[in-house]
Design a binder for this molecule. Structure first.
Ligand code: GLY
Ligand code: MN
Ligand code: MN
Length: 458
């Protein structure tokens, strides 16, 4: 495919007679202003320092083919730019973006560079277009080496994202990633708008999946439903924000069931954990557990209702001024009490909840929520004291997602509970006096979700 025609006539003839390529940059309203405000917040944390961050490069999938490029989240937060190979340098509040220049006519690369030429990959923006789109000084990437020399003895950077930047900078800074994570905890109105769009598109994707449940049962299986959601994600946004989990029947307790090669049966509970990532790279992360045939069995309903009680109690703890961990502790207490009532805990509820006990975690080994934003597990480099041990503030976005995971071969369980997995996950934004549940267009009450499935499935 990438083999070039090697003929003098072709090489001479192809160079001339080309007009301009279209400018392919299309940024939503508010994107450049949001990025400028983010840069100002970062610069204020590092007065007198020079910072350089890269968008990164596409990863090899096999031989000479690549995974689709996805820019580094911190870089996107600071620039609104998603150009592969770009680097931003921020110095005393001034910023310069360095981007690869698309090859031009009269050069061999114009038709011969399969990775960069508009011929091969479609039109790409250069420094001029990025300057106009972002109101940000933009220069060719070839100027980066010169720009990084100068009066600052040291450039704060994050290594391992781009080999060019790595080769031009000496030291790596964990502190930079930590500060960026901590700044990104607070979303501005534009970011909340992006999250809202991500969730709205995700709700449509869940409806698409419900409509295809019949086809899945008739032989399409979990992968048909995964493809169904992912098509919506790819059409309305950039794609799924993480590999969609479609887990039916005994797969539902498997936390990261992304293999999705199972069948779907009428009597199954189907756990769907999926999120659309917008074209600006903000992602939703929503889970519903659906009775495929539109009705819960008694055992499925018993588990579902306990998870729902835990979920509702946890949601009420999401408000400004509360400990971040309050929703988690509440969710766990409700689950532990329910498991104890069912005779599944070998100790009292208090003993189970004690840090040295945690017996109930056999049935929920994962967490019950996390920050959400450009990364599905957002702000992961924030310090414990500003994240898990921190305080909720207006503008924070997070998921709440308790669940119970009863594996088919768990001999501590009565037979009727084995092979049932339930997770309920909503996306929230902390407001001035509480929280807004962005994903509440999807029903969550057991009767309502059962009716929703019956209404929407084919
Ligand atoms: N989908 C990943 C998570 O829920 O955290
Ligand atoms: Mn989640
Ligand atoms: Mn999830």
């Amino acid at each position: 495919m990438a083999k070039l025609v090697d003929a003098d006539g072709f090489r001479t003839y192809i160079r001339d007679g080309w007009g301009e390529w279209d400018n392919p940059i299309s940024l939503p309203q508010g994107a450049k202003e949001a990025a400028a405000a983010h840069r100002a917040r970062l610069a204020a944390q590092f007065p007198g320092r020079r910072i350089a961050l890269a968008a990164g490069r596409a990863h090899v999938r096999s031989n000479d083919t690549f995974h689709e490029f996805r820019a580094d989240s911190d870089f996107v937060w600071l620039t609104g730019c998603q150009a592969e190979g770009a680097v931003v340098v921020i110095e005393d509040g001034d910023a310069t973006l360095f981007v690869p220049t698309p090859s031009e006519a009269h050069t061999v690369d114009f038709f011969g560079d399969a990775d960069r030429s508009p011929f091969w990959i479609g039109a790409a923006a250069g420094p001029k277009q990025w300057t106009e789109a972002l109101d940000l000084t933009t220069r060719p990437i070839e100027d980066l080496a010169h720009a990084l020399k100068g009066r600052h003895p040291e450039t704060l950077t994050a290594k391992g994202v781009d080999p060019l930047l790595d080769s031009l900078t000496g030291s790596h800074s964990d502190e930079l990633r930590t500060v960026l994570s901590e700044l990104r905890r607070i979303k501005d109105d534009w970011e909340i708008g992006q999250l809202r769009q991500a969730v709205d598109a995700t709700v449509k994707g869940f409806l698409d999946v419900a409509a295809e449940l019949g086809q899945a049962v008739r032989g399409g299986g979990e992968r048909w439903l995964q493809g169904t959601f992912d098509r919506r994600a790819r059409t309305e946004g950039n794609g799924p924000g993480y590999t969609s989990i479609v887990a039916s029947g005994p797969h539902a307790p498997v936390l990261h069931w992304t293999r999705c090669d199972g069948q779907v049966n009428e009597a199954d509970l189907l756990l769907l954990d999926a999120g659309v990532e917008t074209r600006t790279l903000y992602t939703a992360d929503v889970t519903r557990t659906l009775p495929v045939g539109g009705e819960f069995s008694a055992a499925q309903r018993q588990v579902y209702d306990l998870v729902l009680r835990s979920h509702v109690a946890a949601l009420a703890e999401v408000k400004p001024g509360n400990d971040y961990s309050a929703f988690h502790h509440t969710a766990m207490r409700v689950l532990a009490e329910g498991l104890h009532d069912w005779g599944l805990l070998p100790v009292s509820v208090d003993k189970a909840l004690d840090p040295s006990g945690q017996h109930h975690r056999r049935y929920i080994v994962c967490g019950t929520g996390h920050f959400l934003g450009l990364d599905v597990h957002d702000c992961a480099d924030a310090r414990q004291e500003t994240y898990q041990q921190g305080i909720l503030e207006r503008g924070m976005a997070l998921t709440v997602e308790p669940g119970l995971y009863f594996h088919p071969n768990d001999e501590t369980l009565p037979p009727e509970l084995r092979g049932i997995g339930v997770r309920l996950e909503d996306d929230l934004v902390v407001t001035g006096d509480g929280a807004e549940v962005l994903s509440d267009a999807l029903p969550i009450d057991a009767d309502e979700i059962a009716a929703w499935v019956s209404r929407n499935r084919s």
